[in-house]
Ligand binder design. Structure first.
Ligand SMILES: CC(C)(COP(=O)(O)OP(=O)(O)OC[C@H]1O[C@@H](n2cnc3c(N)ncnc32)[C@H](O)[C@@H]1OP(=O)(O)O)[C@@H](O)C(=O)NCCC(=O)NCCS
Length: 164
């Protein structure tokens, strides 16, 4: 995979990328939840990275949300989207998230979701705002352990979905 920037290459992450991914996510504490290196390592097969001149400058990951019993509405969450601060607004984020969507499509989920402070970026990739109430499994998985706001419904993150 490569994007419109000749020198940017999107590829599957490898264990050797864990520290670079960790640092990229940590670079954006206002927008992203920090992830321990052990979590990144354990989910290496659910990360893509963007490389510029051999350096990791962006990342994206995904996780499958739980369902009880048969999978009637499989949902995959895109998360930890991070582009190095000095390289933003050059199309790298778009290329990474589009690549992640291609990978996730193979699983044939009903939808891809994201909780984000940058809805305009995701809107350009086809995501549309949805009520948080429609993502209760996400709220139970992630938001229930978050102490930034008193409730997911007062948190300014916007819930969005891309229906497949
Ligand atoms: C949000 C982020 C991933 C975007 O990556 P990027 O490489 O800068 O974005 P791109 O250059 O690919 O932008 C694609 C389009 O989205 C727009 N866009 C990018 N960031 C935007 C923002 N913060 N607000 C509004 N529009 C934005 C771009 O202008 C571009 O529009 P165009 O196609 O009309 O030119 C990046 O800024 C980032 O890492 N931010 C910090 C972490 C974060 O917020 N992650 C998302 C949380 S889920």
């Amino acid at each position: 995979m490569s994007n419109r920037h000749e020198r940017v290459v999107v590829r599957n992450a490898a264990f050797t990328d864990a520290e670079a991914i960790f640092n990229l996510i940590k670079e954006h504490p206002e927008e992203l939840l920090a992830r321990p290196i052990s979590d990144i390592v354990q989910n290496t097969d659910r990360f893509l990275v963007a490389e510029l001149d051999g350096q990791v400058v962006g990342t994206v990951s995904w996780s499958i949300l739980p369902e009880i019993g048969r999978s009637l509405h499989p949902t995959v969450e895109v998360k930890s989207v991070a582009i190095r601060s000095d390289l933003q607004k050059r199309g790298i984020g778009r290329t990474l998230v589009q690549s992640a969507i291609e990978r996730i499509r193979i699983l044939a989920p009903a939808q891809i979701i994201v909780l984000t402070f940058t809805p305009d970026f995701f809107r350009k990739l086809g995501f549309r705002e949805v009520p948080k109430e429609t993502l209760m499994h996400k709220l139970y998985m992630g938001c229930i352990n978050c102490s930034k706001y008193d409730s997911p419904f007062t948190c300014p993150e916007v819930a969005m979905a891309l229906t497949l």
